[in-house]
Design a protein. Sequence first.
Length: 958
Amino acid sequence: MGRGYYISKQLAMAMALLAVLATSTILALSVAYSKEKSKGQSTDTSTSSALPAPPPPSDPWDKYRLPDALSPQYYNMTLWPRLMMDAQGVYRFTGSSGVAFICMKETDLILIHSRKLNLTLFNGHHAKLSGMHGVVAPAIKKSWFQVETQYLVVQLKGMLKPGKSYWLYVEFQGELADDLEGFYRSEYEEDGVKKLIAITQMQPTYARKAFPCFDEPAMKAIFHIALIHEPGTVALSNSREMGTKNLTINGTKVIKTRFHPTKNMSTYLVAFVVSDFTYISKPNDKKIMVRVWARKKAIDEGQGGYALSITQPILEFFEKYYSTKYPLNKSDQIALPDFNAGAMENWGLITYRETALLYDPKTSANGNQQGVLIVVSHELAHMWFGNLVTLKWWNDLWLNEGFASYVEYLGADYAEPTWHIKDQIVLYDIYQAFAVDSLVSSHPLSCKEEEVNKPEEISQMFNTISYSKGAAVLRMLSEFLTEPVFAKGLGTYLKHFAFGNSEYSDLWDHLQNATDETPELKLPHSVHDIMNRWILQMGFPLVTIDTQTGNVSQKHFLLDPNSVVERPSEFNYEWFIPIKWMKGGLEQDRLWLLRKAVVHKSMKVSRDEWVLANLNVSGYYRVNYDLENWEKLLNQLNSNHQKIPVINRAQILDDAFNLATASILNITLALRTTKYLSSEREYIPWEAAFRCLSSLYLVFDRNEVYGALQAYLRKQVTPLFNHFASITVNWTIVPLGHSDQFTQIIALSLACRTGLQECLDLTQTWFRQWMQHPENNMIHPNLRSTVYCNAIAAGGAQEWDFGWRMFKKATVAAEATKLRSSLACTREPWLLNRYLEYVLDPERIRKQDATSTIGYIAGNVIGQPLAWDFVRARWEYLFKVYGAGSFSFSNLINSLTARFHTPFELSQLKQFQVDKSEVGFGSGTQALEQAIERTTAKIKWLAENQEHVLQWLVSESV
Ligand SMILES: *[C@@H]1O[C@H](CO)[C@@H](O)[C@H](O)[C@H]1NC(C)=O
Ligand SMILES: *[C@@H]1O[C@H](CO)[C@@H](O)[C@H](O)[C@H]1NC(C)=O
Ligand SMILES: *[C@@H]1O[C@H](CO)[C@@H](O)[C@H](O)[C@H]1NC(C)=O
Ligand SMILES: *[C@@H]1O[C@H](CO)[C@@H](O)[C@H](O)[C@H]1NC(C)=O
Ligand SMILES: [Zn+2]
């Protein structure tokens, strides 16, 4: 899926950034806020193997995996969604579908997935079976639903014969619910009129809820699809329309749209949409028809223009990169008002949240624009990797999503070459992955096929590890193979498996061959041997370099020094580590650390030289040095920071703070890495610093350290604030550079947060002007989140109610999101409590936005205890209404608990875990365990470090 972010990218990463800036919901020391792409689920699937095994199921229909006796060839189906309630007050769809399959092994049993569908009976059976090409089919003995494993079971009186083809036909009716799964309905309002659309989300296991099918990714088939819909609506599917017909069925006038047959593809990529949307397209699209669809109003306002303008270049980029033509003849992308994931890569008909596809230059920030770019690039990357070649089973999901999460940056960079967007992978994937992967509750990227069976286990694969760690290790692989070799192996892999399925080791084979054909490339081990250490064991190494002795060693990095690793690893938590490094400001030849420790003479340095390892954070590891080298790096930062590459300036900060959290480095040394910031002007280091500092706020914003922290940071950010005031002619224009615009937001956000009076005056004045002229919002879109949040925090009910009215009026989704998050910034408890009540009213806050809104409120220091009480009191309800199939519960738990650092809070957390164990925690199960782990570690850390932090801050802020 697309970043839905997360899940595939549910929110665009940059939008998550904005939300974070706006509400000061920043990461706890170890919590990644989940970018939209990583749906943020992180339940550990492999622990299931540690549970006592249930007795082996005896019947084939009790197993979650399909037997291999039957192989589908094609489906013929017609679906008819009703966008009006029937007499019982239910929205329904009806359909008929036939599937042609070949019998591979003799059997008298047909298992086909079907869930929540009412099947018409034919002679008392749920299906009709016939033979094809003159074959006689056995009669049906018995048919029933196996609810737990989600099958329609058809038992036959005789045997199906190997090599013969059969036709299974069903007619059915289902509910067009608003549950965001399978074939569902979405409601939205346009010009005061309520409108409905019928859309699909099949990944991972919901196709079976739209039509009976062999719902596994390796069961590829061709789909002949037809849709029946009302006049005035348009139907879309994976392939181009073949034609439409006017029909009258039972006196009702309808349109039937038929589509060209699809390519051979997986069920989870099937899609159809019925809406009254409209589109824009480019006249000159060569042979590929490229269209962007959305609500009429959004299209009329030009909000689809940006997505359309980047689609063609990104497709061209991937055609070259993959050495493979775009496999289809059309590419539709559609923006949906209600969509759980950020986006979904249905082949030829990609579905997006509005915020992930639409961009309105008048009201959207450049972060929104970047979000669109990244998500579109991610989904288009899947058109080859994932769709043309599909992983055999969901246990390899990490390769599919990690891959798209890596190459999305390459496609995006091609479309916007001046944005330096490739560097941002460090912020938005690698550091996210580190945060989760440094806990003992992490898990390996790859798990065994047998460990992933049930739909819940499959859903749990969509997590930060799969997306972001996957992206990080693939980037590292591409980096040490070099991009041409990586792309070459990729090209032969795609060619070999086109329209079929593969496993991750198949990709390694192809990359190995590409490597072997490049003699100048010398790897110390095979691609398999190197990569197995990164994908089969959890975590990542800390590389420690002693520049006094030249000793280089590695150790599994754990954020909590007291945690105990229980998960065994066949590689003993050692890795084969490529080290790109610098000495005295010059890049050196790459070294490989292949053992626990080794002496590299070249790393022993003379008195004034420093060593810097992991250049551009191209490797998935952290680095520590001897104290002398740290001092030299600090000196370099303070005297001339430009000598250190920009990504590594961020790395020094981030590594130092994390090493301090893990009690490996003194916290005062970590704090000292922030001193040079008064002369830093680049985005990536500031963003890294902003996150490290925000994690300090999370532990210190309710105690005595707070005042000193404010004073020190105000001092550090003031030069940046003044810099932007001057280059923007007193905030009348925005800087030209794309990333400078991000830095400007940080400057404003941090200056206001630390109470810099000029900043507070500025934001309040702007907001007041807007309140006086609501139709004329002069606040620059980039700065809106920050301005809204600070003004609402400084104001009272009047400001809040104005914000709420503007939220309800907003026609651009990105603008609505900014307001929705800013409303959580108020410091009035009664307003926060009222807002919490609004969350549970879908007329006020969309269902898809409920849990994130609670998260915003929890990000506010005053809102946090209110949100925590609110969620605990209504857990059953929340879980029932928002929990099933939702990927956002881990984000919710993370935001509720991010501030926890006292023994009392820890006991509350444990009590919560016990109290609600009957109800369960769904996708938040793992997040809850991580929260307990994190809180425990923080209590201990604070006891040891709080006093030093206070003293240092006091001494530096005078
Ligand atoms: C279907 O009917 C509409 C008017 O009701 C008409 O405009 C359209 O051309 C018809 N389409 C076909 C394929 O006959
Ligand atoms: C037409 O109406 C009859 C009676 O209401 C109903 O039984 C039948 O299913 C309807 N046909 C379709 C295709 O909806
Ligand atoms: C790799 O090369 C070897 C030797 O040429 C060949 O036998 C093998 O089939 C190739 N593998 C792949 C995956 O192309
Ligand atoms: C960290 O450094 C400070 C100041 O240099 C010192 O007072 C403190 O004892 C050190 N803390 C630890 C845990 O070594
Ligand atoms: Zn994806």
